[in-house]
Write a protein that binds this ligand. Structure first.
Ligand code: PEP
Ligand code: MG
Length: 588
């Protein structure tokens, strides 16, 4: 039966595919497709993993048998029997084989998918005792997964599925139908592995419009919806799902008429994209001749290719923390970081690259295991530059790596979430120290301007101090909104109050742009507002000439720029900022 779930639209477009539902915490399992000739080897990995768990249980049973009933109660051996039974369960084994053989899922993915299918069956059981066996099943699967980590996969190159058109979808259902991911939550690190994505779209139960998970989804340029509450409970493994990333609606089990309607919308979207593509080489100049800089936000050096392809004239924000994530807390050393920054610079073929120093904490833990260690109020805690200043060795290592890469192209350094004059002085002296270390080692490095992000209202209200020390400023509206309005950007329950149009937010943005212009210092916006065409004219009217956004948004913003007369927008923009209800004045 068709039903729809409403959430928050975060990445545009329509995705139609079969659901891959992952339980919470399961997204860390690697998802990739295998080649048909690798099926046997993947089944073998599962078999070996399972046999190792069986052996482990047998060993435990022997130990228990040697103990008396006092030390080893009867319940324990009964539990092990249940686990052995589950391991032998045909539905588990056959199901896993099905996902590997028919869908070409890698072994871990196949196992967790079948686990989800069986978990649902357990949930539906009337009998309490049987229902509770779900936890045993999860434990058994967890153990197999742990053993499988030690069994190397013969698969070297993950294979991306062929994106099918709506026509294909209606005609046949072979293994490479598009898949959409439905999850309770995904961390930014989980999202990273989707860069070589096998998924055509995704939906999560939690999250806000500018949570980092949403931001990475946008950079993947796949339709996405977050904050869809219980989507991961309501959608079943393998259901047909439509994700409408424009309206935030997820339609489950659509009828043929609905499928046809969305297939049409999907094709319209593709047409619009190819039309915009023609603007790729057109310079971004307004009707009144103002040159506008449209640059890219990237997460990994490899994203430089997409930035160039979209016609970006540089990188305005390289979120370097993504190099540090999903490594179990292990930090990349100076050499590894240097190579990564150099790849980004070379990838941009001589265009400037702004590298932001590590911004971890809040909704970007270094690794998921550390989430539990999160502080009571992580967004207000040890995050971004605060974290770096508390780990000066690590910070200097990053600065040295960036400065070394600056010998290979134009690099600018950007400092996140800075608010105090004392932090500014400390940061700049650590940068000087890092330079001196390179001098002492006789290592070559290049010049780099240093800029600050304006993300905290306190910073936006201390512009004179900031402009005394920094070469340029970049307004991080995602955090500026969060901290001005006291709204957690990743909490869907307050997402309706997360408002870029709030007069206080617009005032801070407007004043920052105006002060930088007065002092002839560079200023850009690199938060999501810069890539939202609702705000292009307003920001142009406020005097902004540099916009940094995901590559996927550049062409749409360029189209707005080409149609705008910046000087004529000035008075209107001031009126919007001064009005009681800017959203209404903006027509947003
Ligand atoms: C911002 O806060 O606007 C920003 C660009 O930084 P991030 O989204 O990575 O916090
Ligand atoms: Mg930020």
């Amino acid at each position: 039966m068709t039903f729809s779930i409403h959430g928050i639209a975060v990445a545009r477009g329509i995705a139609i595919g079969r659901a891959v539902v992952t339980g919470s915490g399961r997204a860390d399992v690697v998802h990739y497709f295998i080649q048909p000739d690798q099926v046997e080897a993947e089944i073998e990995r599962i078999r070996v993993g399972r046999n190792q768990v069986v052996d482990e249980i047998h060993r435990l049973q022997q130990t228990i048998a040697a103990l008396g009933p006092k030390e080893a109660p009867h319940e324990l051996s009964a539990l092990l029997d249940v686990h052995l039974m589950l391991l032998q369960d045909e539905e588990l084994i056959e199901g896993v084989k099905h996902w590997i053989t028919d869908r070409l899922y890698n072994a871990e993915w196949a196992l967790t998918t079948q686990l989800e299918v069986l978990s649902r069956q357990f949930d539906d059981m009337e009998d309490d005792y049987l229902r509770e066996r779900k936890a045993d099943l999860e434990q058994v699967a967890e153990r197999i997964l742990r053993y499988m980590k030690g069994i190397s996969s013969p698969v070297t190159q993950p294979v991306a599925p062929r994106r099918k058109t709506q026509q294909d979808l209606l005609l046949d259902e072979s293994v490479d139908v598009p898949l959409v991911l439905v999850a309770h939550d995904l961390s930014p690190a989980d999202m990273l592995q989707f860069k070589q994505s096998v998924f055509a779209g995704f939906v999560t139960d939690v999250g806000g419009k500018t949570s980092h998970t949403a931001i990475v989804a946008r950079s993947l340029d796949i339709p996405a919806v977050v904050g869809a509450r219980s989507a991961s409970q309501l959608v079943r493994q393998d259901d047909w799902v439509i994700i409408d990333g424009d309206t935030g609606v997820t339609i489950v089990d659509p009828s043929p008429i609905i499928l046809a309607e969305y297939g049409f919308k999907q094709r319209q979207g593709e047409l619009e994209r190819s039309r915009l593509n023609r603007l790729r080489h057109t310079p971004a100049v307004t009707l009144d001749g103002q040159k506008i800089e449209l640059v890219a936000n990237i997460e990994l050096p490899e994203d430089a290719a997409a930035a160039l392809k979209a016609g970006a004239v540089g990188v305005g924000l390289f979120r370097s923390e993504f190099l540090f994530m999903g490594r179990g807390g292990d930090m990349p050393d100076e050499e590894e970081q240097f190579q990564a920054y150099k790849r980004a610079v070379e990838g941009m073929q001589g265009l400037p690259v702004t590298i932001r120093t590590l911004d971890v904490g809040a909704d970007k833990p270094l690794d998921d295991a550390r989430r539990d260690e999160a502080h009571v109020n992580p967004a207000l805690g040890l995050r971004a530059i605060r974290w770096s200043l508390s780990e000066p060795e690590m910070f200097r290592t990053q600065i040295r790596a960036i400065l070394r890469a600056a010998a290979f192209g134009k690099i600018r350094l950007l400092i996140p979430m800075i608010a105090h004059a004392s932090e500014i002085r400390q940061t700049l002296s650590l940068i000087d120290f890092a330079r001196a270390e390179l001098d002492n080692r006789g290592v070559a490095y290049g010049p780099a301007e240093v800029g600050a992000m304006i993300e905290i209202p306190a910073a936006a209200l201390s512009l004179r101090t900031f402009l005394k020390y920094f070469d340029f400023l970049s307004i991080g509206t995602n955090d500026l909104i969060q901290y001005t309005l006291a709204i957690d950007r990743s909490d869907e329950s307050v997402a309706h109050l997360y408002d870029p149009c709030h007069p206080a937010v617009l005032r801070l943005v407007a004043d920052t742009i105006a002060e930088c212009r007065r002092q002839n210092k560079g200023v850009s916006v690199c938060g999501e507002m810069a890539g939202d065409i609702q705000f292009t004219r307003l920001l142009l009217g406020l005097g902004l000439r540099s916009f940094s956004m995901h590559p996927a948004q550049i062409l749409a913003v360029k189209q707005e720029v080409l149609r705008a007369d910046a000087s004529r927008l000035e008075t209107w923009a001031r009126e919007v900022v001064d009005s009681e209800d800017p959203a209404q004045a903006l027509g947003a």
